[in-house]
Design a protein around this ligand. Structure first.
Ligand code: H53
Length: 810
C-alpha cells in the first residue's frame, strides 16, 4: 500500500474533496470530510485487494470461508487507517487542516450486524485472518437494519430501528456480476433414470437473487486485503412479473431486512430459517463457481476449500454442498459425502439448550424442500451405518431427525471433520456432557480453540494513553507481537511505570466520566472504582447478582454513612432481546435502583450506578479502557467463553469471576493472587442438578442479609418496580432461582470485599493491574485463527509469496 507523508496526504485529501464535492476544507461538513477520507482510503487499498485475490488464485491456495449469520465490526475508519499504516500521518495531517480525526470517526455508524459475542468474535477473526496473511473470507448477510438502538424511557428499554445504511456505506462494493439465484419454498419431486440416478424437479416456490456486497478486510500493515462477503436479496429481473403485489415484494425484501435480535436464544421462526438457507446457498454456490473457474477436478475440492460453520445457523452448508455436488455436478452420494466432511468444520458456542437450533420438519420442508430431502437421506444413512455397531439408544440420541425435528448441531457434527468449543472448560463440557454421545462416536473430531480478541482494536485504537505508556516502557514490538506484553512484568516494582499506567487509566476514566455526565446527567468521581459489567442482558450472566450486591452496600451505607468502603461507580451496558420479558425487567430494576441511589445525598457519593444506553462496539471502546473491575459472574458452565473478559483484562481491569468459560484460562494466566474468583464450580452446579438439592427459598428464610436485600424488590424500598420487582422476586423464591444467584451471593460479596480492600492499597492494586495487562497477550485472536488455520482448515499464510516490502514476486 502506498505510504504518504503528511504533506502528500494533505494535498491528496484537498484534491479528493474538490473532485468529490467541489469544496474547500473550510466549507465542508464533517460528513463530507468523512466521505472524502474514506474514498481516499478505499482507492488506496483497492489495488492490494485485487492483488491479494490474484495471489490466492495464482498460487492456487486453499482458502477458508467463515460462514456466520452475524458480523459485528463496529466502526472501520480508524481500524483501517491503523492497519494501512496511515493513522499517525492522517491524524496529524488533518489536524493541520483544522480537522479532528475523531470528529470524522464519529460520523460513521457502527456496523452492527450482530448481537454480541458471536458476531464480535467473527469480526475479530476477520481482522486477524487478514493480519496474519491467511487466505480467509467471511460470508454472511447484509441486513438492511442492524441490531436495534436502545433507549430508556421511564427507565424501560425501548427499541428503535438501526438505519445504518441510510447515508450509504463507503466500505462496501456491490458485485452485481457475482450474484446467484436461490430457490425457496415450493415442492420438489425426484425422477429416476434407468441407472437409478435421481433428478430433482421443482414446482412453484420462488427464486430470488442474492447479490454480494464485498468489504475489504485490511490486514495489519502487510498489504493483504481479504474479503467479507455479505449477501443482499433482490427480485431477479426475469421474475419481476411474479412479484407484482406489495406483499409478494415484501416477502422477498424481508429476507435480508432485519437481524434477529436474540443472542444465544433461538426464536425458531420461518423467516430466520429462510435467512439461513439464503446466505448458505448463495455462499456455497459462489464458492463452487469460483472453484470451477480453477479448472480442477471436483474430487480435489477439499484441497482448495474449507467451509466453517459458525454455530449452527449455517449448518445447512452440509446439505447445500451435497445438493450442489449430487444434483448439479453429478457426483455420487458416497464421493460427495466424503468431500463434504473434509470441507466442513463446525464451532459450537453454547451449551444452553434453548440456543441449540432445532427446526420442525414441516417448516423445513416448506422453506427448503430439497435440503430437507438430503438431510433425511443423511440421517437414514447415518442410522444404517451405526446400526449393529452402536446401541439403539445412542443412535436415537445422535440422529439428526428426532421427534419430528431436525437437530442442526447433529447435522453439523455428522457432516464435518471437526467440532470445536471456544474455551477449555467449554470444550471439555462438550465432550463430557453436552455432546458426549458424539464424542463417543467421533473422538478425533473434537478439539478446543479458545476465543481471542483483536488486540490492536482493543489497545492501540481504544486505549492510546495506555499504548503510549507501553511503548515508552517495553518498546513497540507488542503492537505486532502481543506476547511481548509480558516484558511489562519486568516493571512490576517500578513506581514510575506503575504511576504512568495509573495516569493513563485516570485519563480514560475522566473521559468516560465526561461521557456519563453528558449522556446520563450523572456526575461520577473519576477516582472512584469503575466497576464494569458489559454484555447482553441474560439471566445466566447474572447482572442480578451484581445488582443485589449493590443493594446490600446501599443498605449498609444507609445504616452507616461512614462505612469505610472505597467509592464505586457501577457501570452497566446491556441490551435485552425485545421479547425477553425477564431481561427487560432486570433493566428496569437496575435503572430504578440507579435513580434511587444516585439521588440519595445521605450516602455521600460513595455509590453510583450508571446504565449506559445502547451498548455497542463503539461504546465498549470507551468503557473498557476506563474500567478498574471486570464483572464476569455467569453461573459456572453457562458462558461458553466470554470475550469482554479478555478485553477488560488487557486494559488493566481486575477480574471478579466465577470459574466459567475463558475466566478459567484468565485465572491460569494471571495466577490466583491477581483475580477474585468466587462461587460454585461447574462440578458443583452439575451435582446440584443431579441431586436436586437446591432450595433457594431456604437460603432466603435462613439468611437475614439475603432476605433484607431480596425484600427490597417487593417492599417499596425501590420505587416504580411493582410488577418487575415481584417478577424477579418470584423467579428467585417461587421458581427456585434457576441460575443459583442466592447460592453464590455470599461468596460474591466476600470477593467484592477483597476487591475493595485491594484497591485501598493503590501500589499493590496497580501491580495486579499491570500483571493483567502483561498476561493478556495469549488471548490475541491472531493466535486463535492460526490454530484454526493449522488444525482445522489446513490453510497457510500467503507471506511466502511476498517479499519484505510486501511486493508480490512472480
Ligand atoms: O459466543 C461467544 C462466547 C459467548 C457466547 C456467545 C454466543 C452468542 O453471542 C450467540 C449465540 C451463541 O450460541 C453463543 O455466549 O460465551 O464468548 C463467542 O464464542
Amino acid at each position: 500500500m502506498k505510504k504518504m507523508n503528511k504533506k502528500e496526504f494533505k494535498q491528496c485529501f484537498s484534491r479528493r474533496l474538490a473532485e468529490k464535492f467541489a469544496m474547500e476544507v473550510s466549507d465542508a461538513s464533517p460528513s463530507e470530510l468523512y466521505q472524502t477520507l474514506g474514498s481516499l482510503m478505499t482507492s488506496a487499498y483497492s489495488q492490494d485487494w485485487r492483488q491479494t485475490w490474484q495471489d490466492y488464485r495464482d498460487a492456487e491456495q486453499k482458502q477458508s470461508y467463515y460462514f456466520s449469520i452475524e458480523f459485528l465490526p463496529g466502526k472501520m475508519l480508524k481500524s483501517n487507517l491503523l492497519n494501512m499504516g496511515w493513522l499517525e500521518t492522517v491524524e496529524a495531517g488533518l489536524l493541520e487542516l483544522g480537522i479532528q480525526l475523531d470528529d470524522l470517526a464519529e460520523i460513521e455508524p457502527d456496523m452492527a450486524l450482530g448481537n454480541g459475542g458471536l458476531g464480535r468474535l467473527a469480526s475479530c477473526f476477520m481482522d486477524s485472518i487478514a493480519s496474519t496473511g491467511l487466505p480467509g473470507n467471511g460470508n454472511g448477510i447484509r441486513y438492511e437494519y442492524g441490531l436495534f438502538k436502545q433507549r430508556f424511557v421511564d427507565n424501560y428499554q425501548v427499541e428503535l430501528p438501526d438505519e445504518w445504511l441510510q447515508k450509504g456505506n463507503l466500505w462496501e462494493v456491490r458485485k452485481e456480476s457475482k450474484a446467484v439465484n436461490v430457490r425457496l419454498g415450493g415442492n420438489v419431486y425426484l425422477s429416476s433414470d434407468e441407472m437409478g440416478n435421481l433428478t430433482p424437479h421443482y414446482q412453484d416456490g420462488m427464486v430470488v437473487r442474492a447479490v454480494p456486497y464485498d468489504t475489504g478486510m485490511v490486514g495489519y500493515q502487510n498489504n493483504i486485503v481479504n474479503t467479507m462477503r455479505l449477501w443482499s436479496v433482490e427480485i431477479p429481473a426475469e421474475e419481476e412479473g411474479n412479484y407484482r403485489s406489495v406483499e409478494a415484494r415484501r416477502t422477498v425484501e424481508d429476507l435480508t431486512s432485519v437481524l434477529y435480535p436474540d443472542d444465544s436464544n433461538e426464536a425458531g421462526r420461518r423467516l430466520r430459517l429462510s435467512q439461513e438457507y439464503f446466505f448458505v446457498s448463495a455462499g456455497v454456490q459462489s464458492i463452487l463457481r469460483y472453484y470451477k473457474e480453477l479448472k480442477q477436478p471436483i474430487d480435489k475440492i477439499s484441497q482448495y476449500v474449507a467451509i466453517h460453520i459458525n454455530d449452527t445457523h449455517p449448518a445447512m452448508c452440509v446439505a447445500e454442498f451435497m445438493r450442489l455436488l449430487i444434483d448439479e455436478e453429478n457426483v455420487s452420494w458416497e464421493r460427495a459425502w466424503n468431500l463434504t466432511q473434509k470441507v466442513m468444520s463446525y464451532t459450537n458456542h453454547t451449551i444452553m439448550a434453548e440456543a441449540l437450533e432445532k427446526w420442525s420438519i414441516p417448516m423445513m420442508k416448506s422453506v427448503c424442500p430439497r435440503i430437507y430431502q438430503i438431510i433425511e437421506e443423511i440421517d437414514r444413512r447415518f442410522v444404517a451405518e451405526m446400526t449393529g455397531v452402536q446401541s439403539f439408544d445412542l443412535i436415537q440420541r445422535t440422529r439428526i431427525i428426532q421427534n419430528d425435528q431436525v437437530h442442526m448441531a447433529h447435522l453439523a457434527i455428522i457432516g464435518s471433520h471437526s467440532t470445536n468449543g471456544v474455551a477449555k472448560l467449554h470444550s471439555d463440557l462438550l465432550k463430557s456432557v453436552v455432546l458426549h454421545d458424539f464424542y463417543e462416536l467421533y473422538p478425533a473430531r473434537f478439539n478446543n480453540k479458545t476465543n481471542g480478541i483483536a488486540m490492536r482494536r482493543w489497545t492501540q485504537l481504544a486505549n492510546p494513553s495506555m499504548s503510549k505508556v507501553l511503548d515508552e516502557t517495553i518498546g513497540k514490538t507488542w503492537r505486532k507481537t502481543p506476547g511481548d506484553l509480558r516484558l511489562l512484568l519486568n516493571y512490576e516494582n517500578d513506581d514510575q511505570v506503575l504511576n504512568n499506567l495509573a495516569a493513563a487509566k485516570l485519563t480514560n476514566k475522566k473521559r468516560l466520566a465526561a461521557y456519563i455526565q453528558e449522556n446520563c446527567g450523572v456526575e461520577v468521581n473519576p477516582h472512584a472504582i469503575f466497576d464494569v459489567q458489559i454484555k447482553r442482558l441474560h439471566a445466566y450472566k447474572r447482572q442480578l447478582l451484581n445488582l443485589l450486591h449493590i443493594i446490600k452496600l446501599y443498605l449498609e451505607l444507609k445504616e452507616n454513612p461512614d462505612l469505610p468502603i472505597e467509592p464505586r461507580v457501577f457501570i452497566f451496558g446491556a441490551k435485552a432481546a425485545p421479547s425477553y420479558h425477564y431481561a427487560k425487567s432486570i433493566i428496569k430494576v437496575i435503572n430504578e435502583t440507579a435513580s434511587l441511589i444516585n439521588n440519595d445525598d445521605s450516602i455521600h457519593n460513595k455509590l453510583k450506578i450508571v446504565f449506559l444506553e445502547n451498548y455497542n462496539v463503539s461504546l465498549a471502546e470507551r468503557i473498557i479502557p476506563a474500567a478498574d473491575v471486570s464483572e464476569q459472574i455467569s453461573l459456572a458452565s453457562k458462558e461458553a467463553s466470554g470475550t469482554s473478559n479478555m478485553k477488560l483484562m488487557l486494559n488493566g481491569a481486575v477480574t471478579i469471576a466465577t470459574l466459567d468459560g475463558a475466566n478459567v484460562e484468565i485465572r491460569d494466566a494471571v495466577g490466583d493472587d491477581n483475580i477474585a474468583i468466587f462461587g460454585l464450580t461447574e462440578e458443583e452446579v452439575y451435582q446440584y442438578y443431579e441431586n436436586k438439592t437446591y432450595h433457594a427459598a431456604a437460603i432466603y428464610e435462613q439468611d437475614n442479609v439475603v432476605r433484607r436485600v431480596i425484600d427490597t424488590l417487593i417492599d417499596g424500598t425501590i420505587p416504580n418496580i411493582h410488577s418487575e420487582g415481584q417478577e424477579i422476586f418470584d423467579s428467585l423464591i417461587k421458581y427456585n432461582d434457576e441460575y443459583f444467584v442466592l447460592r453464590d451471593f455470599e461468596a460474591y460479596c466476600i470477593a467484592q470485599m477483597s476487591i475493595d480492600k485491594a484497591y485501598k492499597y493503590q501500589r499493590r492494586w496497580l501491580q495486579i493491574s499491570l500483571r493483567n495487562i502483561a498476561n493478556a497477550g495469549r488471548f490475541s485472536s491472531d493466535h486463535t485463527v492460526q490454530r484454526y488455520a493449522e488444525d482445522i482448515w489446513q490453510i497457510e499464510p500467503v507471506f511466502a509469496h511476498k517479499d519484505d516490502r510486501g511486493v508480490t514476486k512472480h
